[in-house]
Design a protein around this ligand. Structure first.
Ligand code: PEP
Ligand code: MG
Length: 317
């Protein structure tokens, strides 16, 4: 019985009509990976690699990083591991990555901008990810993309390293959609990215121009705001035009009221917090794509986040 429960927990998730939806977990360290598998996650849709870089005086070496990524990949027992490149900035400084004081850290040097400003850090991290075996289990995801030039710059380093290391296998390189710029140009980005994963925490912050850490505006921050839903719809449309899949790894993927809307908008992968994975899988198994699409269309016609939430509660009831 225990084995049956385990295999059900680890089963691939499908909607009630058979549509395949991948349910992954967000991880921030090794122990998370073990817990994720126990809750039935099908892999990791977002490994926040910051844990390796913060609270220390020197950058982690390639060998140290590879060992950590490999341990997490092993804990996932062959399931996909989407490794996000370092996403720190002026608000979370590391002493070995000097970033001048900024008035607006959220609009400053953060995410991939830091990696491009410190090419050795970027190269070391890519090298470390390429060291994970089996090759290809660890995919790469670029945070805070605003322009295609940033993706091209990362791709160039990745291609150079693969050539140098004699890696002929395809290593998937995806982007996070966290800026309105990325959502608006999703078709252009999807032409060169292997997948797109929407970071709804930052996308909401930047779409609404509300600091996600500022309690004074916290009550206004809701990823179900119609502006954010339209950006998600734009992203799905742009990605579909290039036959690329879209996931969500921001907080909306862990919000049961949001999940049917995301599926209806065209999202096919959700990366949720570890604890909520079983609930998300159960919810999806009772949903059909047709119902989700009709619900998403209705949500897109709402004028406020409160209206969307009311609609979503009725849908769930
Ligand atoms: C996001 O912005 O939604 C996201 C997943 O990244 P983080 O929360 O780590 O900024
Ligand atoms: Mg983010």
């Amino acid at each position: 019985a225990l084995a049956a429960a385990r295999s059900a927990a680890g089963a691939a998730c499908h909607l009630a009509d058979g549509t395949r939806i991948e349910v992954f977990a967000n991880l921030a360290n090794r122990t998370d990976a073990e817990r994720a598998i126990a809750t039935g996650a099908e892999g990791c849709g977002l490994l926040r690699t910051e844990f390796l870089f913060l609270d220390r005086d020197t950058a982690p070496s390639v060998a140290e990083q590879t060992a950590e990524y490999q341990a997490i990949a092993d804990a996932l027992q062959g399931r996909p591991l989407i490794t996000r490149l370092l996403d720190i900035g002026g608000d979370k400084p590391a002493p070995y990555l000097p970033i001048a004081a900024e008035e607006n850290p959220a609009l400053g040097l953060r995410g991939i901008r830091v990696g491009l400003a410190h090419p050795q850090v970027l190269e070391d991290q890519l090298r470390a990810i390429l060291g994970v075996r089996p090759i290809g289990q660890a995919k790469i995801m670029v945070p805070m993309i605003a322009s295609i030039g940033e993706l091209r710059a990362v791709r160039a380093v990745l291609d150079r390293l693969c050539a140098e290391l004699g890696i002929g296998e395809k290593i998937e390189l995806g982007i996070m959609v966290e800026t309105p710029a990325a959502a608006a140009t999703a078709d252009l980005l999807a032409a060169e990215a292997d997948f797109l994963s929407i970071g709804t925490n930052d996308l909401t912050q930047y779409a609404l121009a509300m600091d996600r850490g500022n309690p004074a505006v916290a009550s206004g921050i809701d990823g179900l705001h119609p502006a954010v839903l339209r950006l998600i719809a734009d992203t799905c449309r742009g990605a579909a035009s290039q036959q690329r899949w879209v996931g969500v790894c921001g907080g909306l993927a862990s919000d049961p009221l949001a999940v049917p809307i995301l599926i209806g908008l065209g999202v096919t992968e959700l990366s949720a917090t570890v604890a909520i994975v079983p609930e998300v899988k159960a919810l999806l198994s009772g949903l059909t794509l047709d119902a989700a699409r009709a619900h998403a269309t209705a949500a897109l016609a709402c004028a406020t986040a409160a209206e969307v939430r009311r609609l979503a509660r009725e849908f769930q009831a």
